[in-house]
Design a protein around this ligand. Structure first.
Ligand SMILES: Cc1ncc(COP(=O)(O)O)c(C=O)c1O
Length: 384
């Protein structure tokens, strides 16, 4: 027998309460019983997004939410700025280009954070820019961008601010309204503690004004269709929703409300701090600008002479702990520990312990127990 631990930055562990909620008998998605759950999910989503804006839900992974923002707000040839700090910034570039937008890419080395003044400069240089896209928590490198400062820059321009907070929302501080985010995008399978399959978007008044002018084709991801269904006497989705996932998500959002966002952010701060302390105590190096904000994902350089893919493989096969490797151009060079969502102290300790045993197996030299001990100290000194 091997007990399994899921320590990736998505999908993440799903609490038993959520799994059980999903096992409820099927209900019909046009009946009042569904409307009640659906409205409760929208309410809970607004709380997590910290927004009074409309929240819409799509049956897709996070990428569907990203695509929805492009097709609903823009028209072919529109000029946009994409802040690209890694794999998911690159995804925004790809989606925008495929739909014929004219993209100014602010590309950073993977591992670097975006410099908000570059956004200010790009907007100053071209007053016709209609959108600024950015990633909050760049899951591929572990860095967290300063969305608040970029939002302050974009708010008084004609551009909409579109933010991917797929791996940030529900783990890190994120204030849709206070930070002037016009379309905030997230997904169910990360810090929201539910299985993959649902994308959320929070849409501001400024964004809705752009929706009215947008000419790009859209059908399944149409914000107008979603809103029309939401405004019916029995609020619903335009197309058959993943009913069981919605039931699970409702439970997850209730758990989030009960813990409270402030406490959740505090918990993630401590989990991130402990993970970093453990990694550092093993003499490992972080990848890029990993700092006190990197509390959803810890990205670590594979030690000299060791392939990061082997670390991931041994952790999973011998110790039952699934962590993530590097993506794209940094595959094999780094490995990543996810600690966003349904995670507590002992998840971090188990992961560090498995990492130590894996590294020893691969011939890396360090003091056995040093990582676990450093993390334990953080937990004893920082409550949540
Ligand atoms: C930052 C970020 N953006 C977007 C996505 C969307 O990916 P998916 O479509 O696989 O949910 C992910 C998932 O890994 C992510 O971490």
């Amino acid at each position: 027998m091997q007990k399994r631990y899921l320590m990736t930055p998505g999908p993440t562990s799903v609490p038993a309460e959520v799994l059980l909620a999903q096992a409820q008998p099927m209900i019909h998605h046009r009946a009042p019983g569904y409307s009640k759950v659906f409205m409760s999910v929208l309410d809970g989503s607004k709380y997590v997004f910290q927004t009074e804006n409309d929240v819409l839900i799509f049956s897709s992974s996070g990428t569907g939410g990203m695509e929805s923002a492009v097709v609903n707000l823009f028209s072919p040839g529109d000029k946009v700025v994409v802040v690209n700090t890694g794999n998911f910034g690159t995804r925004f570039v790809q989606i925008c280009e495929i739909y014929g937008l004219t993209v100014t890419e602010l590309a950073y080395e993977w591992g670097e954070k975006a410099n908000p003044s570059d956004v200010a400069e790009a907007l100053e240089k071209d007053k016709e820019i209609k959108g600024v896209f950015a990633t909050h928590s760049e899951t591929s490198t572990g860095i967290v961008n300063d969305i608040k400062t970029i939002g302050d820059i974009v708010k008084d321009t004609g551009a909409a601010f579109i933010v991917d907070t797929v791996s940030g929302l529900g783990a890190l501080e994120f204030k849709t309204d206070d930070w002037h985010v016009d379309v905030a995008i997230s997904g169910s399978q990360k810090a929201l503690m539910a299985p993959p399959g649902i994308a959320f978007v929070a849409v501001s008044k400024k964004a809705w004004d752009m929706v009215e002018k947008s000419t790009l084709p859209k059908f399944y991801f149409s914000y107008k269709k979603s809103m029309a269904a939401l405004q019916k006497a029995t609020p619903q989705n335009p197309f058959t929703p993943p009913v069981s996932l919605i039931l699970g998500l409702d439970e997850a959002l209730k758990m989030i409300k009960e813990e409270g966002l402030e406490n959740i952010v505090k918990r993630h701060n401590v989990l991130g701090k402990a993970a970093r302390a453990g990694v550092k105590a093993l003499g490992l190096e972080f990848f890029g600008a990993c700092d006190e904000t990197s509390n959803a994902v810890t990205a670590i350089k594979a030690p000299e002479g060791i392939d990061g893919k082997n670390i991931v493989k041994i952790m999973r096969e011998q110790f039952g702990i699934t962590i993530a490797g590097g993506q794209g151009r940094i595959a094999g060079k780094i490995f990543r520990l996810g600690h966003l969502g349904y995670y507590d102290k002992f998840d971090i300790l188990v992961t560090l312990s498995g990492l130590e045993m894996t590294l020893r197996e691969l011939g890396y030299s360090f003091d056995i127990g040093a990582g676990v001990s450093a993390a334990e100290k953080v937990f004893m000194e920082n409550s949540f």
